[in-house]
Ligand binder design. Sequence first.
Ligand code: SF4
Length: 216
Amino acid sequence: MDDSNNLIYLSALQHYAYCPRQFALIHIEQVWADNFHTAHGNLLHERVDSCEPEQRGNVRYERSVAVRSNKLCITGKLDLLEIEGKPATKYFPVEYKRGKPKLEDWDKIQLCAQALCLEEMREVNIDEAALWYWQVRKREPVLIDEALRGVTLAAIEGAHELLASGKTPLPTVHKKRCKACSLANLCEPNTFRHDRTAIYIKGIFEETVGSKTHEN
Ligand code: SF4
């Protein structure tokens, strides 16, 4: 991947990992809706982003650091970067989240993608990072190991492919996720799940769009 006009935001990767349909609704169809979770998350990030860099002992704390990988075509900001030593010997990214630790990987994927950007930009190796969860006031260490790197690279590739296809996938069955999703009202996952007509109509629409594209 080497197309800098086709950059994907790190936050969008988290959308993709959470649900490819959510990613497509936001980043292909440009639909967006706030709910309590997203509004609260934005507020938390505003507070974190407004802090100044500071030096405490051997560690420098930088906030809201812009990062980018030209190789992977991803860009974004990380909430906090802890830099140990002078000259720097260790880089440690920290991402703030409003909820609590999750079994699923979607927060870790965003964090790992930040680490991949930093590794490319600063020519360093990052073995460890952390997620800080507001709800439980807990900092959870995350190993940037081969397994997480693999899952993250697969998500980056999948997100690029989906964006390039321009097609929004149908909902998958994630009742708990759909309940917390800010797009649940717009997505209408239950309508799609239970009503085959909606799938049929979507198929016809895609065929029509496809044939029009070929005609042009
Ligand atoms: S409501 Fe469910 S299927 Fe629809 S975008 Fe959200 S998580 Fe995905």
